[in-house]
Design a protein around this ligand. Sequence first.
Ligand code: NAD
Ligand code: UD1
Length: 342
Amino acid sequence: MKKIFVTGGTGYIGSHTVVELQQSGFEVIIADNLCNSNIGVLDGIEQITGIRPAFEQIDLADEKQTRDFFSRHRDVEAVIHFAALKAVGESVQKPLEYYRNNLNSLMNVIGCMREYGIRNLVFSSSCTVYGQADVLPVTETTPRKQAESPYGNTKAMCEDIMRDVAKVEKGMNLLALRYFNPIGAHPSACIGELPNGVPNNLIPYLTQTVAGIREQLSVFGDDYNTPDGSAIRDYIDVVDLARAHVVAIRRLLEGKNKANYEYFNIGTGRGVSVLELIQAFERATGEKVNYRITGRRAGDIEKVWADTTLANTELGWKAVVPLEETLANAWRWQQHLGKMKK
Ligand code: NAD
Ligand code: UD1
């Protein structure tokens, strides 16, 4: 059984990917410092797959801890590097923490991979690297723009590090997945997103509003140049996204990659406005969303969605979960969280 090292594997996207990896016959070992997740996530993974993944609490921004981990796990065949800080607003307030954590963890991981002869890496990048693109949908050849936030900048810089390392480390295969907007939860409601405090992202804020935890959802702007005036994103189901990692890992393990640094858009290819999303949620769940239109949020872009042709043809991956099913899963997860707190 091939062993995959998943950093940040108790986090939102990491935990769903661990499930898909295990269900595809891979052995998983997780390292996470639990700065934005908790150990109980392992129970959720075990409930779904019947397998409790190996876990170590490690700070990957710490070189010594990272090297110690790799020195004890020489049989790892590939790494998926999710571990990062990801709150856009917080990154503006704490740029050094974000650069230190997100850049050092990637450099430590790649450095140790080189040292211990582990060739294959899949990295979590983001559509944030495109900024407000001039032409939509964005393809992988769409020029990247200067990031709006230190968080976004760490993603662009991590991509650059991978590109530069790949040029000289010909034996290494590095692959970045540029996620669009991941939403939803596992249909079992055993794992999902665990937002910390007041959510910044749309779906956790929406589900918490419907659950009565928040009073009202603010829709940030209805004066954008879009059909209904609200901003447009490409919302990708987290299980679909998790499956993309399994496909990417297989591509590298089977040597099917065309270059030793590659990057792919991972979205649905469909743009959905905030107001359309609210309507879809109401249809999917039968619940009413209490919302009001407010002003635009600083730093928001107007619209972005992916051209997924490359992922479809090269990776053989496609998003398949219908939006309403994703939203029903997000609601089921919110209800599950409510029951846990009682
Ligand atoms: P998350 O916060 O739920 O998961 C990240 C995990 O990494 C957490 O469990 C956290 O404890 C861990 N971590 C952070 N720094 C660490 C360190 N130094 N050492 C060890 N563990 C550390 O976030 P997520 O939504 O699952 O995101 C996963 C990855 O995908 C991140 O790199 C994120 O930037 C990227 N991404 C996320 C989104 C999104 O909307 N969620 C979009 C694009 C890209
Ligand atoms: C944000 C980040 C992006 C990051 C992603 C996941 C910015 C500019 N971008 O994307 O880099 O990868 O989160 O963490 O912050 N909205 C509302 N009301 C709310 C919340 C959001 O109307 O209460 C709207 C937003 O204006 C946006 C859409 O919903 O149009 C999605 O917002 P959000 O979930 O925060 O994701 P992004 O801003 O797209």
